[in-house]
Ligand binder design. Structure first.
Ligand SMILES: Cc1cc2nc3c(=O)[nH]c(=O)nc-3n(C[C@H](O)[C@H](O)[C@H](O)COP(=O)(O)OP(=O)(O)OC[C@H]3O[C@@H](n4cnc5c(N)ncnc54)[C@H](O)[C@@H]3O)c2cc1C
Ligand SMILES: *[C@@H]1O[C@H](CO)[C@@H](O)[C@H](O)[C@H]1NC(C)=O
Ligand SMILES: *[C@@H]1O[C@H](CO)[C@@H](O)[C@H](O)[C@H]1NC(C)=O
Ligand SMILES: *[C@@H]1O[C@H](CO)[C@@H](O)[C@H](O)[C@H]1NC(C)=O
Length: 501
């Protein structure tokens, strides 16, 4: 005994000398993490978890369908087209980083002309002459379009703070907390009111809101201007930007991230997550999560230290139950909005859209305003994911049109929209939340070490939002595990990081 004392003393002195060890240096790293869902949220979470926790961690990614989830392509007459999430904003920095890191590329993009249809006539039609568009916009909406650009830019500037916070490893324990750190009470207020109210208060005209803002909401979220102000602004950010997508399909980002993260892919449906207490080899007990799933080879279970849920917790979409939790994990109510994407190879019926002389029709994108007699949200010519956008050779010649609607199109409706067509393919989605205000986002932390990424969709649903939630969950789980509470929910980060730089 006596001979060991000096050694212990030395060790103590050594510790004092270096300063007290942080909790992070004491805790064993986690052995296994489960991610449920291999969409962009789950696969980017695997990527970020690997970055944070290092190479020894076992990461299992469960997927009941195909990798990519709501990023998927559909084959129409031998070519693939984006059927789910399709466009990416130039300032979506995580998506941009993934594409670069994974060696993917972006096809060239020549946008066609678009028009806004109100059910009776076009209230706005783009011209191929830039100056004419400016004059038309001024004539119709005064300075509203210019002011909208500035308004959206201001929101985007604040939103971009997330990248600085995340690169400094800061995490947030709720979706509201994350938004508050970006844009303060203004952002929280936007979650509480509709985009219509938000823009009215900001001084935009009702005509502009109805004819320009509404169509953007309808094409991006299948809903009107009663969606929250934040998701509305996200939607408007796309209006005047050079939007892009990934050559070969956006879902390639997911397969790429899965591979890059060296995660183990498990094809199966997760049925339940249950808390279990297990004896430790070194004595005492440890709490683990048991994931039960139905694999192709039959039912199975596995134990994890941490679980990330990267799918909407909606009975129709995931149906995962949480068992033996005390207190019980609250049920998150989740109404997702149905959007149907129909791909039609055919010639548009210009007279349906009020054209007396169809040869004058030159649009390749038709947006719509709110009108109960309209059975579509939008209609646009699309290009295959392999090539860049091909220019529409003859405006009324045959092309592949992608139609968004709330319900499946009937044969009669298709033959109204198209003067002739030869193939139709449909993909029905529970696409994004059905937004109402005010609505609190579901919790991001469901239990000690269970994280719910898709909480963020209730602020706004987009690929980049899922990637942001993924990085946040990776950081949050890391800091929780290591007791770095000073990295979570910090106030005034924007000011703090300004002086730090
Ligand atoms: C038609 C449409 C158009 C869109 N347009 C755009 C756009 O232009 N730009 C944009 O940024 N975003 C767009 N979005 C939104 C975007 O696609 C989503 O926000 C994003 O893809 C969500 O990714 P995720 O990984 O969070 O969820 P998901 O992609 O839904 O991934 C969840 C995965 O979990 C799996 N899963 C579910 N339950 C279980 C279970 N029990 N066990 C195992 N696996 C399970 C599912 O099969 C799925 O693959 C669009 C969406 C749709 C549908
Ligand atoms: C937003 O609405 C919620 C729920 O109705 C309320 O609790 C909260 O105080 C509101 N926040 C703001 C900033 O108005
Ligand atoms: C598991 O999968 C099998 C075969 O696919 C199916 O018959 C069974 O009902 C599934 N079990 C559950 C609990 O979903
Ligand atoms: C085209 O639209 C017009 C006007 O709605 C409609 O009368 C006609 O039946 C449609 N179909 C064709 C093939 O012209």
């Amino acid at each position: 005994m006596r001979s060991r004392l000096p050694a212990a003393l030395l060790l103590l002195l050594a510790c004092l000398w270096r300063g007290a060890p942080r909790a992070s240096e004491l805790r064993q790293p986690p052995g296994r993490i489960a991610i449920i869902g291999a969409g962009i949220g789950g696969t980017s979470a695997a990527y970020f978890l690997r970055q944070k926790f290092g190479k020894d961690l076992q990461i299992d990614v469960f997927e009941k369908g195909t990798v990519g989830g709501r990023l998927a392509t559909i084959n129409v007459e031998g070519k693939d087209y984006e059927a789910g999430g399709s466009i990416i904003h130039p300032l979506n920095l995580h998506m941009k980083h993934f594409v670069k890191e994974l060696g993917l590329s972006v096809p060239e993009n020549h946008g066609g002309l678009m028009g806004i249809y109100n059910g009776d006539e076009f209230v706005f039609e783009e011209s191929s002459w830039y100056i004419i568009n400016i004059l038309k916009l001024l004539w119709h909406y005064g300075l509203n379009p210019l002011r909208m650009n500035m308004w959206v830019e201001d929101i985007l500037d604040k939103f971009m703070r997330i990248y600085r916070y995340q690169s400094h490893d800061y995490a947030f324990s709720s979706t509201e907390g994350l938004l508050h750190a970006l844009g303060g009470n203004d952002f929280i207020q936007m979650l509480n009111q509709t985009i219509d109210e938000t823009m009215q208060k900001a001084g935009f005209s009702q005509k502009f809101i109805n004819e320009v803002v509404t169509p953007a909401m309808r094409i991006n979220y299948g809903q009107g201007t009663n969606i929250n102000g934040f998701v509305g602004a996200v939607s408007l950010a796309g209006v005047n930007s050079e939007l892009w997508s990934v050559k070969g399909g956006n879902k390639l980002v997911c397969t790429g991230l899965l591979y890059a993260s060296k995660a183990q892919f498990i094809s199966g449906t997760v049925i339940s997550v249950e808390e279990r207490t297990r004896p430790k080899r070194t004595g005492g007990t440890v709490k683990l999560y048991e994931v039960s799933y139905n694999a192709t080879s039959g039912p199975a279970t596995a134990m994890y230290d941490i679980v990330l849920i990267a799918t909407p917790l909606n009975r129709k979409m995931s149906s995962i139950t949480f068992q033996n939790f005390n207190p019980a994990i609250p049920e998150v109510s989740n109404h997702y909005h149905q959007t149907v994407a129909t791909f039609v190879h055919g010639c548009i019926n210009a007279s349906f859209f009020g054209y007396k002389d169809p040869s004058h029709f030159h649009l390749s994108g038709i947006f719509t305003t709110e009108n109960t007699k309209l059975f579509i949200n939008s209609l646009s010519v699309v290009s295959p994911v392999q090539n860049g956008q091909e220019e529409l050779k003859q405006p009324i010649g045959p092309a592949i049109w992608k139609v968004f609607s709330k319900e499946s199109l009937t044969k009669e409706q298709i033959s109204l929209l198209f003067s002739s067509y030869d193939s139709v393919k449909e993909k029905k989605w529970l696409a994004y939340p059905h937004y109402t205000v005010p609505k609190k986002s579901p919790p991001l932390i469901l239990h000690d070490r269970i994280y719910y990424l898709n909480s963020i969709e209730w602020a706004a649903s987009a690929m980049e939002m899922s990637a942001i939630a993924a990085k946040n969950a990776a950081l949050l789980s890391y800091h929780h595990w290591n007791g770095n509470m000073d990295m979570i929910d910090q106030e005034d980060l924007n000011e703090k990081l300004k002086t730090e730089l």
